[in-house]
Design a binder for this molecule. Structure first.
Ligand SMILES: [Zn+2]
Length: 189
């Protein structure tokens, strides 16, 4: 991993892990794939290893990311899906030529058509987004309760009452803020 760049936030859902590469969208936004190399790194950690990535491919990736964010957000609040976002997701899905491969160990692995095919990897991410937005998987899209985040995440908790996109970041920050407010109140008494 390259140093000097913001860490990745890794979740168990590919599409929302991908939208999480831009965090704090309503605060001080943190871009976690600022360079083509960082997208290569992110894809590698997510089982979609590519050799290289051009600036144009990074642009495609970011366009897909913001489209998934927009569509997932609309789905979470049961709003109409933005047509332009749907178009981008469908284009990326249709253009990808990755094949699902079953390994001897019984795991799924993605085989890309060539090692330079970032488009194939984006196709896998787009298809993952489609499956959660279309409600085909067990879980519910929701928005993070942190005002500066509001990221769409996929809640697979049994009660479907998860409040934060990530317990270790947004959840913790919220807890700390509440703790500090209580401390202040106590010292003012
Ligand atoms: Zn959050």
């Amino acid at each position: 991993m390259r140093t000097g760049f913001p860490d990745f936030r890794l979740g168990s859902v590919l599409a929302t892990s991908f939208t999480g590469t831009l965090s704090e969208r309503y605060g001080d936004a943190v871009e976690r794939i600022p360079t083509p190399h960082r997208l290569v790194d992110w894809l590698a950690v997510n089982g979609l290893a590519v050799d290289s990535c051009t600036t144009a491919q990074l642009e495609l990736a970011r366009e897909l990311r913001e489209s998934i964010h927009a569509a997932a957000t609309a789905a979470a609040i049961q709003d109409a899906l933005p047509a332009s976002a749907v178009q981008v997701i469908n284009d990326r899905s249709a253009q990808g030529r990755a094949a699902a491969i079953l390994t001897p160990e019984g795991k799924r692995r993605w085989q890309l058509s060539s090692a330079s095919c970032v488009e194939d990897a984006l196709g896998v991410i787009a298809a993952d987004a489609i499956s959660i937005i279309a409600g085909e998987r067990d879980g519910k899209l929701a928005l993070c309760a942190s005002p500066s985040c509001q990221a769409a995440f996929f809640d697979t908790s049994q009660s479907r009452t998860r409040k934060w996109c990530d317990m270790n970041t947004c959840g913790n920050r919220q807890k700390k803020a509440r703790f500090n407010a209580n401390q202040r109140r106590r010292s003012a008494e």
